[in-house]
Design a binder for this molecule. Structure first.
Ligand code: SF4
Length: 425
């Protein structure tokens, strides 16, 4: 059963009399469990929909609609699938106490992998899930492989019953499912020869694996430092050598780069970022793979009309990780706008200075950085730092922050999105 949380005006759902609180029970006699069932089972032009209205009345509708016309209902969020692993580097273990409950959930959900590109390990799949992935053809999936060697992978995941990943992927690939994969690199465990083997075996798996990124393990002050550490500069350089060697083979044989190092891997290695061309379609940009090159492309593509910012002073708030790379982005932005940009790197006061990602910055740290900055016309904040409810990691709201600082604030994903909004008078 899925509960309706919103009904769009003048939609099919409104016409049928569906309301907030209506329970969607079955389509063509098949029980509905979550948004996947809803989307896939209602994809036809005609179907039978069985609902229970908020007053308890059960109704079966015969739906006929033009293909592609949405039903017009909002659905309650699916219950997140919990993770079956206990990785030493798990971000959840690295959280301080006192944050909102939802942040402590270890999610590992193939549905969110398909829908949003969240990485999943596939270690918690039940036979029914396997069947659904195949039947609904959930492709591509984003899979955390970490190591193809089953013993190393089980060690990394701290899950002695984790199924072997290659046969698991093979079963799906035989049904047309494709994958983006990642290796979170934990030095001394899955780097070196293990990483070489992992990249080789994933590549040799065949074209169903669309690519593999290598991301250095990231820890907070609260992580299990006695069990896991961050890689050194030399270890990152060694990993990049393996990635680039594999990308060279892939380019020669398949015409794609296939293997990628996260931007963070290059920063830690003290090496320049590779050019935009090596990221194929920027498929793992949300994973920090090619983010800077992607931003540069976005700015180049969206530069028209930004001259309205000429002469303004704009603060760009970011985490300390991107601060080193941001000049590469601010330069074309300055050229496109004629504005003066100032980089404002903010240290994460909630998780500790070692957490350098912009998306995890707490509202209170941003407030401290901006409260006395009367010289700024505008401050751009990382869009990913707030959730759908407009809350930062420390539960401060964007609204509250905006009221506490003297300049206009805008959330931004690629700068261009925020700068295309009209300039405030
Ligand atoms: S797979 Fe590992 S890192 Fe991801 S949520 Fe589970 S325990 Fe945490």
């Amino acid at each position: 059963m899925i509960r309706v949380t919103a009904v769009q005006p003048e939609s099919i759902a409104e016409e049928l009399g569906l309301a907030v609180g209506t329970e969607l029970l079955a389509v063509n006699g098949r029980l509905l469990e979550d948004f996947l069932d809803w989307e896939f089972l209602t994809a036809d032009e005609e179907f039978l929909l069985h609902v229970r209205q908020p007053d308890g009345e059960e109704i079966e509708f015969e739906i006929e609609r033009p293909l592609g016309e949405p039903m017009g209902v909002g659905l309650e969020p699916a219950r997140i699938r919990r993770c079956a692993n206990r990785c030493d580097f798990c971000f959840v273990d690295g959280l301080p106490d006192g944050l909102r409950d939802v942040l402590y959930i270890r999610d590992d959900d193939y549905r969110l992998s398909f829908r949003y590109g969240n990485f999943a390990t596939l270690t918690n799949l039940k036979p029914k899930d396997v069947q659904r992935i195949i039947e609904y053809r959930l492709s591509p999936l984003y899979v955390s492989v970490h190591a193809t060697d089953p013993t190393v992978r089980r060690y990394l995941l701290r899950n002695p019953t984790a199924p072997e990943i290659l046969p698991q992927l093979r079963e799906f690939a035989d049904h047309g499912i494709e994958f983006h994969t990642q290796v979170v690199m934990s030095p001394g465990v899955n780097d070196g020869a293990v990483l070489e083997q992992t990249l080789r075996e994933l590549y040799d798996f065949g074209p169903a694996i669309l690519g593999c990124s290598v991301v250095p393990v990231g820890l907070t002050e609260f992580s299990k430092h006695h069990l896991v550490r961050e890689p050194t500069m030399d270890e990152c350089r060694a990993a990049i050598e393996l990635v680039e060697a594999r990308a060279g083979v892939a380019l020669r044989e398949r015409g794609v780069h296939w293997a990628f190092g996260a931007d963070e891997l290059y920063v830690r290695a003290g090496l320049a970022l590779p050019p935009a061309e090596i990221y194929d379609g920027f498929e793992q940009v949300e994973n920090g793979v090619g983010s800077v090159r992607w931003l540069q492309r976005q700015i180049e593509a969206g530069a028209d009309g930004l001259q309205r910012w000429f002469g303004r002073t704009i603060g760009v708030v970011t985490g300390t990780a991107m601060a080193q790379l941001m000049p590469m982005v601010l330069e074309p932005l300055t050229a496109a706008t004629g504005a003066r940009f100032e980089l404002i790197p903010v240290v994460n006061s909630l998780f500790g200075a070692s957490v350098t990602t912009a998306g995890l910055l707490p509202g209170t740290a941003l407030q401290r950085a901006l409260v006395a900055r009367r010289d700024l016309d505008l401050a751009l904040l990382p869009g990913e730092a707030v959730n759908d409810d407009g809350l930062f990691m420390d539960d401060m709201s964007l609204e509250l922050l905006a009221a506490a600082v003297p300049m206009e604030l805008r959330l931004s994903k690629d700068f261009v999105d925020a700068l295309h909004e009209p300039v405030a008078a």
